[in-house]
Every structure is written in structure tokens, then in C-alpha cells.
Design a binder for this molecule. Structure first.
Ligand code: NDP
Ligand code: 8X3
Length: 248
């Protein structure tokens, strides 16, 4: 019987790296994200079976439709990596862009919930499953200008804890991974393609790589049935808080 993992935000960064490591663990993969060409590229890199589902997590009907379209032999999803998300902008609340706020709440919070609602009831029915929510250090602290992104990740923290409480006794595990600074496309999205500003975020210290975070996810999902790693924070050694980074 094959093991199946669904990864949202698999087209880049942490999601992409997680898909690669889960394939190494023998999982067949349902790869999600909006950029279909990236899904094709990733699919060619792994040795296990893949199913590609391109959808925008903001679109509630489309999420439902995409998950319902999963063929019967793929429906027993063992692992859900709730990873799709981004920061949009970095500014004081009085200067904030409301479209950016909508994007962060709609993707990081509502999108995560839509995907969860489409998949977790099946896990409960089967009496087994594991949801790994990708939170952030921004879900544990608030940093200057991070207002709404931090709020969205605090929401993920609360949803993660709420899910674990609700799902106790169902056989479904819930874990959260909260990274600090990881060098991915994250800052390019936050700063709307400003390459210099994005690179600057990771200069002067060794940031985490997407692989570092994926390796933690792999550890979490390969624990025995009776062990749940409920919450984790993974930081670069040079980082001790959102705004305290030892840069040379
Ligand atoms: P990337 O920008 O590299 O990846 C983001 C992923 O999310 C992409 O695959 C993207 O796919 C997907 N995504 C974004 N918006 C949507 C959408 N509307 N619908 C569907 N998919 C979407 O960033 P990371 O890998 O760094 O980020 C992954 C997660 O890790 C996020 O939740 C982020 O908040 C969190 N995180 C990141 C940290 C960092 O420093 N990088 C630190 C802490 C947490 P596509 O564009 O193809 O749809
Ligand atoms: C991403 C890390 O510090 O940019 O969640 O918010 S940070």
C-alpha cells in the first residue's frame, strides 16, 4: 500500500524541498501550487508517483473542486503539509497596503483552512493522518512592520493548537514547524521582486536553507505512531529572535 503526502506550495522553497525528502521516504506525492510548469519540473525530479494539482488556495470553490478531483487510489492522504504562504509587504500599519493584507490573510490563514477542511475529514474517517502546519517565528513574536504577516502566522499557531485539541483520539496527528529566516523566494515575494532588498535579508550570516526545514519535517513525519512532535522552532544559529541576527 503506497503512502501519500500532499504538499501545498510545492513549487518553491520549503514545499519543494519537503516534496523531495518525502519522496526519498517513499511517499507518492500530490503536488500543489499555482505554477504548473514548476509542478511539472518537480514531478520529474522524484522517483515516486506524483499527481499535480494546480490551484490558488484563496479560491474556496477551486480548492474543494481540486481536492474532490483526486482519483480514488490517491484519496488516502497520509500526510498534509500545509505550507503555501507568503508575506506581502513590510510596512507600518498606518502605511499598509490593504491588498497585501488581504493576500496574507486569504492565503496564509483562509487558504490553509480551506485545504484542511477538504482533507482532514477523510483522515478522521480513516482514523489516521498527519498534518504539518508551517507557521513561523512570526507566529510567536511580532516584529516592526510585520503586523499583518505576524497576525496571519499567529493565526496559524492558534489553528495548529486548536486542530490538535479537536483531533485528539482520532488517530490524526498535528504538528507545527516555525522557521526563522530561510532563504527561499519568500523575500522576493514580500518585496515584490526587488532583488537587492531580498538578497539583503540573508546577507552577513548563514540563513537556513529550505532543505534544513524539510529535514525537520521529515523527522517529524517519520516518528513512531505514539510520538507527536507538536511544535518546533528552527532558526539559523545566528538568529535568536525575529530582529536579533548576528550579522558580520
Ligand atoms: P516561497 O515563496 O519560496 O514559496 C511559497 C509557496 O507558496 C510557493 O510554492 C507558492 O506557489 C505557494 N503559494 C503562495 N501563494 C499561493 C496561493 N495563493 N495559492 C497556492 N499556493 C500559493 O516561500 P517559502 O518556501 O519560504 O514559504 C513557505 C512557507 O514557509 C510559508 O507559509 C511561509 O510563510 C513560511 N515561512 C517562511 C520563512 C522564510 O524565511 N522563508 C520563515 C518562516 C515561515 P505558487 O506561487 O506557485 O502558487
Ligand atoms: C518568515 C520569517 O522573520 O521574515 O516567516 O517573518 S520572517
Amino acid at each position: 500500500m503506497s503512502k501519500i503526502a500532499l504538499v501545498t506550495g510545492a513549487t518553491s522553497g520549503i514545499g519543494w524541498a519537503s516534496a523531495l525528502l518525502l519522496a526519498e521516504e517513499g511517499y507518492d506525492l500530490i503536488l500543489c501550487g499555482r505554477r504548473e510548469e514548476r509542478l511539472d519540473e518537480l514531478s520529474e525530479k522524484v522517483n515516486t508517483k506524483t499527481l499535480k494539482l494546480a490551484f490558488d488556495v484563496r479560491d474556496r470553490d477551486r480548492v474543494k473542486e481540486a481536492i474532490s478531483s483526486i482519483p480514488e487510489n490517491w484519496k488516502s492522504i497520509d500526510i498534509l503539509i500545509n505550507n503555501a504562504g507568503n508575506a506581502h509587504g513590510l510596512s507600518k500599519v498606518q502605511d499598509g497596503n490593504i491588498d497585501d493584507w488581504d493576500a496574507m490573510i486569504d492565503i496564509n490563514v483562509k487558504g490553509l483552512l480551506y485545504v484542511t477542511k477538504a482533507i482532514v475529514p477523510g483522515m478522521v474517517e480513516r482514523g489516521a493522518g498527519h498534518v504539518v502546519n508551517i507557521g513561523s517565528i512570526a507566529g510567536k513574536e511580532v516584529y516592526p512592520n510585520g503586523n499583518v504577516y505576524c497576525a496571519s502566522k499567529h493565526a496559524v499557531d492558534a489553528i495548529n493548537n486548536g486542530m490538535r485539541i479537536d483531533l485528539v483520539g482520532t488517530g490524526v496527528k498535528v504538528s507545527q514547524v516555525c522557521p526563522g529566516l530561510v532563504e527561499t523566494e519568500f523575500s522576493m515575494v514580500r518585496f515584490k521582486g526587488d532583488e537587492d532588498r531580498s538578497k539583503g535579508v540573508y546577507e552577513g550570516f548563514d540563513a537556513l536553507t529550505a532543505h534544513d526545514v524539510a529535514d525537520l519535517i521529515r523527522f517529524i513525519v517519520t516518528r513512531p505512531k505514539h510520538v507527536n512532535i507538536s511544535d518546533t522552532m528552527i532558526l539559523p544559529t545566528a538568529q535568536v529572535a525575529s530582529t536579533i541576527v548576528d550579522k558580520n
